[in-house]
Design a protein around this ligand. Structure first.
Ligand code: SF4
Ligand code: FE
Length: 480
């Protein structure tokens, strides 16, 4: 396995083409707006080095028998699925941000079982190629970026009917030794902190969309790949050099618009090309795994937010007020409900034909549906407890100013035992999670990441077996 330091060094060797605020970034690793997101992924390596987290952070490869990082592992049991959720909660607690590496883990697990099934039915060679790729990923301990969401243009039209055919990623040329692909993937979490990309189709497709039914791997810094870095609320605070106003001094997440400019992919790295009938299964499984993931990562970040709200209450001198205690209990109840869903869909996991375990899809979708709601309520309560000062605080520069600093210090203190600076730090952390850069990962991503709420409702309807429930009712009511 790579150490955290080796991971950072490995990114320095890469040649990303990334634009941020209209400029080509020379050195993404040290860019103050990108660096915190790299720190988050780095934690997935750092914690794997710690003996006390060995059981959660590492696993034994069923392919090589070697100890590997769990982010490179195929789930071999429902216990593995449970450990995954616990690992993500731990990382959420340590970073209070999106640590990005899960998309690749979820992608390899989905691609494994689906390529196995394509080969079994059509006699293709995709699964062998995929396993070769996976072995290298495990050996080198790569961070792999699972890429699913196409820009999609007019949502009312199928891929082949779009005014611009590139609005869904497609194959534009089939050569003797590989394919040429063009298009884009949007909201690419952690793209510039990843070694490789694992691209999947974004929706179930019909025969006319065969050119869009694509799954392949490519290096994230390949010549034909361009990244345009997404903005986050309050992100330029990271350029100010302080440690208070950013709220989270060390960690963050990122997304890019990832553009494929006629990228060549050798056949060895192509895992689906034209088998449109299987694109729906791939989407469903990847989304299912990522919906499970949210029952871990968001809960870990929620733990930090609940802790911050409790601290803010203490610093404001209201920790013992009964309504404050009740609000904290409500936040904990909601957060642990999310965790329960993550654990439940894992415990109910079953093996697929390839031997890789799949979560219970109904419960994973229920998990994510709750995630589209509860973090909003948890955030609302945190804002309630924090008080309005969370958004009216002067800046760190004012606090440090020789003349006005002492005034800020004097008037913005809470309980006497806590410094104004500490009070500012905790309020800025809550602000960061509620409205700042971390709100991307904790709030809006809770809504749209791993699929928007309606996508889960469709899956819940499909998985729920309402006819069976009607039969139960007829039986009890004595209806023939
Ligand atoms: Fe991982 Fe959560 Fe970020 Fe998705 S949102 S990549 S599950 S930390
Ligand atoms: Fe996500």
């Amino acid at each position: 396995m790579m150490t955290a330091q080796e991971y950072e060094a490995s990114l320095r060797e890469m040649n990303f083409r990334v634009y941020l605020l209209g400029e080509l970034v020379e050195n993404p690793v040290d860019h103050p707006m990108i660096r915190p997101s790299m720190n988050s992924v780095k934690m997935t390596y750092a914690l794997a080095e710690e003996k006390r987290y060995e059981d959660l952070m590492t696993a034994t490869s069923h392919l090589s028998g070697e100890r590997i990082n769990r982010f490179c592992h195929l789930h071999r049991s429902s216990a593995d699925l449970v450990r995954k959720v616990k690992m993500l909660r731990l990382l959420g607690q340590k970073t209070a941000a999106c640590f990005q590496r899960c998309v690749g883990m979820d992608a390899i697990n989905a691609v494994d079982s689906v390529t196995y099934e394509i080969d079994r039915e059509l006699g293709t060679d995709y699964h062998r190629r995929f396993v070769n790729f996976l072995l290298k990923m495990q050996e080198q301990d790569w961070t792999v970026n699972g890429a699913m969401t196409d820009p999609k243009g007019d949502r009312g039209l199928a891929p082949h009917r779009q005014a611009d055919p590139d609005l869904y990623l497609r194959v534009v040329e089939r050569k003797e030794d590989g394919i040429v692909v063009r298009g884009a993937k949007a909201h690419q979490t952690g793209a510039v902190n990843s070694h490789w990309l694992l691209v999947m189709p974004t929706i179930a497709m019909g025969p006319e969309d065969a050119d869009y039914a694509l799954c392949f791997a490519a290096p994230s810094d390949a010549e034909g790949v361009l990244h345009i870095y997404g903005r986050q609320s309050c992100d330029t605070r990271k350029l100010e050099g302080g440690t208070i106003d950013v709220g989270n001094r060390q960690f963050g997440g990122h997304e890019t618009l990832m553009v494929f400019e006629d990228l060549f992919v050798p056949y060895e790295n192509v895992f689906m090309c034209g088998e449109y009938r299987f694109s729906g299964a791939l989407v469903e499984r990847f989304a299912g795994y990522h919906r499970q993931s949210y029952g871990g990562c968001k809960v870990g970040v929620g733990d930090v937010l609940i802790g911050a709200a409790a601290l803010a209450a203490e610093y404001n001198g209201v920790a013992r007020a009964s309504h404050i205690r009740d609000k904290l209990i409500e936040m904990i109840h909601l957060n642990e409900t999310l965790f329960s869903c993550g654990i439940a869909c894992s415990a109910e996991g079953c093996p697929t034909a390839s031997g890789t375990y799949l979560i219970d899809l109904l419960l994973a979708n229920v998990c994510k549906q709750n995630v589209t709601r509860f973090p909003y309520e948890i955030t609302r309560l945190a804002e309630d407890i924090a008080g309005g000062l969370m958004v009216t605080l002067p800046s760190e520069k004012d606090l440090r100013h020789p003349e006005i600093g002492p005034i800020v210090e004097k008037y913005l203190c809470g309980v006497a035992a806590v410094s104004t600076e500490e009070r500012m730090r905790v309020l800025r952390l809550i602000e960061n999670l509620a409205l700042g850069t971390a709100a991307v990962g904790y709030r809006t991503e809770s809504m749209h990441g791993a699929g928007s709420p309606q996508a889960q409702r469709i899956m819940i309807a499909r998985q729920a077996d309402l006819d069976e429930k009607k039969k139960l009712a007829r039986n009890i009511a004595g209806i023939g």
